[in-house]
Write a protein that binds this ligand. Sequence first.
Ligand SMILES: Cc1cc2nc3c(=O)[nH]c(=O)nc-3n(C[C@H](O)[C@H](O)[C@H](O)COP(=O)(O)O)c2cc1C
Length: 400
Amino acid sequence: MPNPSVPKLLTPIRAGALDTPNRAWMAPLTRSRANMPGNIPHELNATYYAQRAAGKDGLRGAGLIISEATPISPRAHGYYATPGIHTDEQVRGWRLATRAVHDANGLIVCQLWHVGRVSHSALQPNNDPPLGPTDVPSRSKTYIDADMTRVEASTPRALRTEEIPEIVEEFRAAAQLAKDAGFDGVEIHGANTYLLDQFTRDGMNLRTDIYGGSLANRLRFPLAVAEAVCDVWGADRVGYRISPLSDHHDARDDNPRETFTELARQLGTLGLAYLHAVETWNRQALDPRIDTVIPPIADAFRAASPRGIYVANGDYSADLAERSISRGWCDAVAFGRPFISNPDLTHRIAQAAQARATQKARAEDAPLTPNLTPWDQSTFYGIPRGTDGSKGYTDYPAAS
Ligand SMILES: Cc1cc2nc3c(=O)[nH]c(=O)nc-3n(C[C@H](O)[C@H](O)[C@H](O)COP(=O)(O)O)c2cc1C
């Protein structure tokens, strides 16, 4: 008999071949603290990830850590100091992180990233323009140096039809390097209006070749990437992230429900381990379409994928996560900002559950309110000059 005082959020779940000890996962978080030049991960990054690993009892940190977005090729970069997965030095650097996480009884997957048009020529080989589905700029900002100076994204160059299979191969090669680096799997970054999302949405993909126009054409490239990555890993170690209602980087889509339900169905048919959706960043300002768009997408994926689960993200409190899992709306929840400032987030949730159990006769009805350290937004990205980068990164304390 399950113990009703143990929150569902703290129970194990299997996603494909990934046996995760709890359902509070860590969302991908770019922190721009790679060594430069070369965008190389290093010891401090390994410490940061190990601090957030599940731990011996599986109840200290994240059930699964999803790495920060990791550029798959030199042209996939759009921000300064983001650790890549396309050189030998980067693979060696990532090995430090995967080993440290495994030593701390954690699991970590690599989020594979191509920014597409959200980049600046200063970050591109030969100062070339970034690559996009078309030559329409993204009207968003990026940062290109250690001072995190914000600049407008450059006008992209539209990819030629024959270049698209080459990028599929770059994803395949990066997936293999992620394996060499010791990751437990990969998550394909199809969210937040980066390259794959730019192809998926009808408001941004105005191509007239086989990769644009109809929904089937717009999904051709993202699905080819998913297939290539599954070839390397097996589908049961591959996840895919979407953000159907995001308006980041000038995102537009006339019918996100139709677009992403079909994408979810096809990813499910491939047998992916999980579908991960950014539902919102702010529950005080929810997109009113959320209740009609998100559930059909989650259901389409779960119906099509034999062992796939739906992972929700976006301004979730522990209590909302618990209610959503209990009601079957999602199977796990990825926490982003809470994991930045609470490396032992799961332990804090367990402490709150214990306190609730001793306080209330019907403990399972009382809200779950862990004691959390607030995050400091000013230290999200980059290493301030003259510092070692630990502030706001590895110096958040664990609860007693
Ligand atoms: C500092 C920061 C960096 C982020 N980097 C990434 C990233 O690399 N990849 C990604 O898919 N989402 C990224 N996101 C989005 C988060 O994964 C998550 O969707 C967002 O923070 C909302 O979830 P939360 O309310 O639990 O923080 C980032 C968010 C923040 C605050």
